[in-house]
Design a binder for this molecule. Structure first.
Ligand code: NAG
Ligand code: NAG
Length: 352
């Protein structure tokens, strides 16, 4: 009895204020230091801890080395901190780390090899940051990664080879970003991703999106949306944002001809919506404001004063082929030249 009391005393002395020790559902020793005001790993935590929870703390940097004393570390949760960047490492500093949670931090950019310090990651959570660019090599070395959550960031471009280092990927969250185009053969390294979340992106339904359209046709049942913990299969959640006449339509509901006829109207190279060449398009497009060249005869272009009136209604009524072409050309030209306030309620045709 005395010994028991003594042990209790020792444990209480060692316990770190703000943290409490328990076990996770798989009985791993865990320290829960939620909302305890820490900006670094406190001293005194048991080095056999496998799960370290620091959500809602004040970490303003992520030092891989500061977790090195936990030599069997399995999970680190830094959700809702102020981490602005992650630092690539030449060596695997945390070779046992499997789950890393960095949601709701201040990340804006993930350099090549961002997670090389922890090559055994199976789950990586990066939702609700401000990540606006990724590279082909951001996730290199993560050959065990199964879950990657990039929900609610500001990603505009999917690097062509981004998935190549991820042969084990099973769940990929990309909802609520600013993605317009999926590179051709983006999934070529691992065709089937069983849980794929692509909704709430401004998909640009031009010819460049034909790869995604075909992919959705093949893997329709793998496309999901989630609402809290509930998920449901919903391939129709991937909808066009532009051009106007496809806005709101599920990408899957379109045919190749729908996508490709749009793009020939919109841009000389068929990739008007590809955000990667804005400079070229800005300089070349205004030089040829009216690019309609295909067969149906075109009625005389309206004068500029009629344009603003027509633009309010043109998308809500049935228009003839030639009207489409005339307006498309005018809108495209005016968006790029900035010389006409078209007020089309649709900013997405501008490449910014
Ligand atoms: C950690 O502790 C907080 C209270 O301090 C609690 O709300 C939270 O559910 C705990 N986390 C886990 C995963 O048990
Ligand atoms: C990714 O790699 C491809 C193919 O090598 C290259 O064309 C592309 O520019 C790279 N993208 C980025 C964002 O680095």
């Amino acid at each position: 009895m005395q010994l028991f009391l003594l042990l209790c005393r020792v444990v209480m002395v060692v316990a770190v204020t703000g943290c409490h020790r328990d076990r996770d559902k798989d009985h791993r020793p865990r320290e829960n230091c939620t909302a305890a005001g820490f900006s670094t790993v406190p001293v005194g935590l048991d080095s056999t801890t496998k799960v370290l929870l620091f959500p809602k703390n004040l970490f303003s940097s992520l030092s891989w080395a500061s977790f090195q004393i936990f030599d069997e570390i399995y999970e680190i949760d830094l959700t809702e901190n102020k981490v602005p960047e992650v630092t690539p490492s030449g060596t695997p500093i945390l070779p046992t780390l499997s789950v890393l949670r960095l949601g709701s931090n201040r990340l804006t950019f993930l350099p090549d090899g961002s997670f090389s310090a922890c090559p055994a990651l199976t789950e990586l959570y990066l939702e609700n940051n401000a990540i606006d660019s990724l590279s082909n090599h951001t996730f290199s070395g993560l050959d065990k990664l199964e879950i990657l959550d990039l929900t609610s960031n500001r990603i505009t471009v999917l690097p062509a080879l981004m998935l190549h280092p991820l042969p084990a990927i099973e769940t990929l969250y990309l909802e609520n970003n600013k993605i317009r185009v999926m590179p051709d053969n983006w999934f070529s390294q691992k065709e089937e991703v069983p849980y794929l979340y692509l909704s709430a992106n401004p998909w640009a339904c031009s010819c460049s999106l034909d790869y995604l359209r075909r992919y959705l046709d093949d893997y329709e049942l793998n496309v999901y949306v989630r609402d809290g913990p509930d998920i449901k299969s919903d391939a129709d959640s991937v909808v066009c944002d532009s051009p106007h006449w496809h806005q709101g339509k599920p990408v899957m509901s379109l045919e190749e001809s729908d996508l490709c006829s749009s793009s020939t109207e919109l841009g000389p190279s068929g990739d008007f919506h590809q955000p990667s060449h804005p400079a070229t398009q800005r300089t070349t497009t205004p030089a040829t404001p009216v690019t309609a060249t295909s067969s149906p005869p075109i009625s005389p272009p309206p004068t500029l004063s009629t344009v603003s009136v027509e633009l309010y209604t043109v998308y809500h009524r049935v228009v003839t082929w030639s009207w489409y072409q005339t307006f498309t050309s005018l809108i495209e030209w005016s968006d790029h030249s900035g010389s006409l306030d078209t007020r089309t309620e649709e900013p997405s045709a501008v490449c910014t």
